[in-house]
Design a protein around this ligand. Structure first.
Ligand code: KIV
Ligand code: ZN
Length: 540
């Protein structure tokens, strides 16, 4: 093979078109499970794959077990294969296995028969103890049988060949074997052949695989009628990179699984690949808009679990706990609302979580002791319509962080809202204003009837407005000192439509204190907020 800098794939920097996708969940994925799926489970998984938009699905190895055979028959006999979906089955190059494979496929509309044999140096020497010529002969033998059985079986068949352990095979030899198979299958524009070049076990960095793929693409016979397919396993954690660089190198098709299930460290994760494309503005032609449901179904059917930080699908992959991240996300979302930009560019979120069925509240802003005022304020505003003034957000932020720190747990939105109501809203624990009347006389005179720990007190004062004069009347009647530093009000849009919320901040000798009032009448709401602030202070 020529050196890496002679390859064209290094000159490309993006993928401009989705490849053909083939899900191997029901074969490679299934054979890696502790308990392989039952027929019913496979049927449910099949449904999930079809709904996600897969047009090629490897359904199993029908000659390997009764369940695999029956599953294939069930799909055909129950007419469960949509016209635009092709099933694929795996077979070894042995006559009784090929015969059983075609028996399983009888009556299928469209199927790919996937033939493989191992070609790597290690397998040739240690497992099969065969020469290169003998290995080529195994491939040729299987290819001929597939062609013959295909001709005498009802159905429309296409063929795929995998030089298994391709990455452990000398590229020149892999090319020789593949070309020998192509010679037998004689592909045409109407009946293309798939040559699948698996990373059966990953052994090198992704750029090496890409160069191997480009070498194959440039040298294979009948390239125009050959679909080059990739099947990367994830032993080195590079399966996604292998697939992406392999596509840059000329591959047309990817075999992989949802969430990367598969032998050992798994197959390439098709969700990640597809969403990586989507995040670059390329339509992946797969639908993961309800990824949480797909994840749940996958976990139920396979008994596997999706890692919390698995790209795009993990529970925590959009979560921002840290205050600075939350603040940037809250500001980014606001900016987005104002500017409506063409591209998604909110800080700390690689894609819009809604694209994969996730929610901003609950999935993105998550509150623990690392969180800050930005995130907590954002959550209160977005979920409950509570738009506190900035200084109050800060104070409430510290209060919530403190609760989380003390209890050593994440706080759910409803717990935060409950804490807000309990701490600030309509707090009449000591002081309670039972009646407020106002006289207009070059300003406002407030006549306030109140109780302090149940004892009735009356106060009257003149001021610029209702809140001012009420505050002065309370101060006079109780003999307390403070000044109002902040007042803010707005309608409550969520929950209680006809109500208003008011926020009052007061400066006391012990520092600033906050209160909030909720009422149908905005005057009552503002007095409630003031009373709540006083009750939250050390003034009485
Ligand atoms: O990983 C592999 O090489 C395979 C082949 C059967 C394609 O699964
Ligand atoms: Zn595999």
């Amino acid at each position: 093979m020529p050196p890496a800098d002679c390859f064209d794939w290094v000159k490309k920097d993006y993928i401009d078109k989705a490849p053909r996708w083939c899900s191997v969940d029901l074969r490679d994925g299934n054979q890696a499970l502790i308990i392989p799926m039952s027929l019913e489970e496979k049927l449910e998984f099949w449904d999930c794959l079809v709904r996600a938009g897969f047009k090629e699905i490897e359904i199993g190895f029908p000659a390997a077990s009764e369940t695999e055979y029956e599953f294939c028959r069930a799909l055909i006999e129950k007419n469960l294969i949509p016209d635009d979906v092709t099933v694929q089955v795996l077979t070894q190059s042995r006559e009784h296995i090929i015969a059983r494979t075609f028996e399983a496929l009888k009556g299928v509309k469209n199927a790919v028969v996937h033939l493989y044999n191992s070609t790597s140096v290690a397998q040739r020497e240690q497992v099969f103890r065969k020469s290169k010529e003998e290995i080529i002969e195994i491939a040729r033998f299987g290819a001929k049988l597939c062609r013959e059985y295909g001709e005498k079986t009802a159905g429309n068949f296409r063929f795929e060949y995998s030089p298994e352990s391709f990455t452990g095979t000398e590229p020149e030899f892999a090319l020789e074997v593949c070309n020998a198979v192509i010679d037998i299958w004689q592909p045409s524009a109407e009946n293309k052949v798939i040559i699948n070049l698996p990373v059966t076990v990953a052994e090198s960095m992704s750029h090496v695989y890409a160069s191997q793929i480009e070498y194959m693409c440039k040298n294979i016979k009948c390239r125009e009628n050959v679909i080059i397919s990739l099947h990367p396993h994830n032993d080195r954690g590079c399966a996604v990179a292998d697939a992406e660089l392999g596509i840059l190198a000329g591959a047309d098709r990817i075999e992989g699984t949802l969430f990367g299930n598969g032998e050992r460290t798994g197959n390439v994760d098709i969700v990640t690949l597809a969403m990586n494309m989507m995040s670059h503005g390329v339509d992946p032609r797969l639908d993961f808009s309800s990824l949480p449901e797909i994840t749940k179904a996958y976990e139920k059917l396979t008994g596997m679990s999706v890692y919390e930080r698995q790209p795009y699908s993990g529970e925590l992959v959009f979560a921002a706990f840290s205050g600075s991240h939350q603040d940037a996300i809250a500001k980014g979302m606001k900016w987005r609302g104002e500017k409506n930009p063409e591209y998604w560019n909110v800080p700390y979120l690689s894609i819009d979580p809604m694209d994969v069925g996730r929610q901003y509240d609950g999935d993105v802003i998550r509150i623990n002791s690392q969180s800050g005022k930005g995130g907590i304020g954002y959550l209160m505003e977005q979920k409950y319509g509570i738009d506190m003034p900035p200084e109050m957000r800060e104070s409430f932020g510290y209060y919530i962080k403190g609760i989380s720190d003390k209890n050593h747990k994440e706080l759910m939105p409803d717990e935060i809202y409950a804490a807000f109501k309990q701490k600030y809203v309509n707090n009449f624990s000591v002081l309670d204003v039972t009646a407020a009347h106002f006289k207009q006389n070059g300003g406002k005179t407030a006549q306030i009837t109140m109780t302090v720990n149940g004892r009735e007190v009356y106060g009257e004062a003149h001021g610029n407005g209702r809140l001012d004069s009420s505050s002065d009347a309370i101060k006079k009647a109780l003999g307390i000192e403070y000044s109002i530093n902040t007042y803010y009000e707005h309608a409550l849009e969520r929950g209680s439509k006809s109500k208003a919320v008011a926020y009052v901040g007061i400066d006391t000798k012990d520092g600033p204190v906050w209160g909030a009032g909720v009422h149908e009448d905005i005057i009552d709401a503002s007095i409630n907020a003031l009373v709540s602030a006083i009750n939250n202070s050390t003034l009485i």
